[in-house]
Design a protein around this ligand. Structure first.
Ligand code: SF4
Ligand code: SF4
Length: 368
């Protein structure tokens, strides 16, 4: 586990910036300042609101004392997981991940089906492959995220890159398992993936910022270079290997996923790719880059409803639409799903379309 320093927590001056920053604070009784205070006074009183946190990182990012209240939330969750005090839907997602390697409990042996007909091969069929595409559970099983993953493969192949993938040898990266606090299961998933990635792979490309973050920060001893797909494609663009034609004039705004932007500092590459498409006019939302509003997909919240009220994804799509954009681009399978739901609940289907950056690029390929 990322070391939780109680000493660091003692630096908390109870200013409340974390609570003021927390995007859930208007809907949930989750109060990070109070949780930190109760730790210091050893009078912890926190209920099920502990599970509302999306791990969006804004409280850590803004804390003027460098305190990391999010680490405390994960530690408290971990204690509850140990004690079996966990909401049923989250418990199910963990059991599914243990049994089938993915939180939805889809068949393990069907994990590679998303790639059928794309002409890419499993790593075990390609012993000398140096580039591995790590798919993510959502990209492997969710029909909408599958479309984005298939578009990504199309773009990679157009640039002359033939990645291998793990197929049924891949299991969940475990990032959200860790965030839910099931640290033992996270270790098992990490060891399985590391063993199946082998020693020969030099570059791992991820479809999801959550896998990216896990590999970069939580997988110990991973030797391969890890890149989110937007970083890898931006590199291909710089090298002149990714060639794009123009699209009909379109206004696009970009939603920074928490785990790619605020947590990993990857802001430029997705924008660079979008700007490389002739005809795309990129406009920014007021809350962009490090200020980006969470879609509510992290921290296990894909499997836990959370507090009642207007969901953040719905707030976000209204922000996106107010820029005048007709396309809201993102680069995360969880964001893709939540923002699409937000468009429906906000009644913006006629005005705003949510697309993955890879999908826009695939449409802009010379062969399209
Ligand atoms: S922002 Fe930091 S210092 Fe201020 S209350 Fe929150 S944890 Fe404490
Ligand atoms: S990580 Fe985000 S959702 Fe969780 S407590 Fe901090 S600001 Fe709130």
């Amino acid at each position: 586990m990322e070391a939780l320093s109680r000493h660091e927590l003692l630096a908390c001056m109870q200013c409340g910036v974390c609570v003021g920053s927390c995007p859930l604070s208007t809907r949930s009784t989750l109060n990070v300042r109070r949780i930190t205070a109760s730790l210091m006074t050893k009078s912890l009183e926190v209920g099920d609101e502990l599970w509302d946190c999306t791990t969006c990182y804004l409280c850590v990012y803004r804390c003027p004392r460098g305190t990391k209240p999010l680490d405390l939330i994960i530690e408290l969750r971990s204690e509850r997981v140990e004690a079996g005090k966990i909401p049923p839907t989250l418990r199910d997602s963990l059991e599914n991940t243990f049994k089938q390697g993915n939180p939805w409990g889809k068949s393990r042996v069907k994990r590679g089906e998303w790639a059928s007909g794309l002409g890419i091969k499993r790593l075990l069929e390609l012993e000398d492959s140096k580039i591995l595409l790590f798919t993510c559970c959502a990209s492997a099983y969710d029909p909408r995220a599958q479309e984005a993953a298939r578009a990504l493969v199309k773009v990679l192949k157009a640039a002359g890159v033939e990645p291998a993938f793990l197929g049924e040898d891949e299991v969940c990266c475990g990032n959200e398992v860790y965030n839910i606090g099931e640290l033992g299961l996270f270790e098992e998933l990490m060891e399985t993936n590391k063993a199946n990635m082998g020693e020969g792979v030099e570059t791992i490309i991820t479809t999801s910022p959550h896998c990216y973050y896990a590999f970069k920060n939580r997988y110990l001893g991973l030797k391969a270079e890890v890149l989110h797909y937007t970083q890898f494609l931006a590199r291909l663009l710089d090298e002149g290997l990714l060639k794009l034609k123009g699209l009909a004039d379109v206004v696009v705004t970009y939603h920074d996923p928490c785990y790619l932007g605020r947590r990993s500092g990857v802001y430029e590459e997705p924008r660079k790719l979008l700007k490389a498409i002739r005809g795309v006019k990129l406009v920014e939302m007021e809350r962009s880059r490090s200020r980006s509003l969470c879609c509510e997909g992290g921290g296990g919240r894909m499997w836990f409803e959370g507090p009642p009220g207007r969901r953040l994804a719905e707030v976000r799509v209204v922000e996106a639409s107010s820029t005048g954009a007709s396309i809201l681009a993102t680069a995360c399978p969880f964001c893709l799903a939540n923002l699409e739901d937000g468009v429906k609940t906000a009644g913006l289907e006629d005005k705003l379309r949510v697309m993955d950056v890879a999908e826009l690029l695939a449409q802009a390929l010379p062969s399209s």
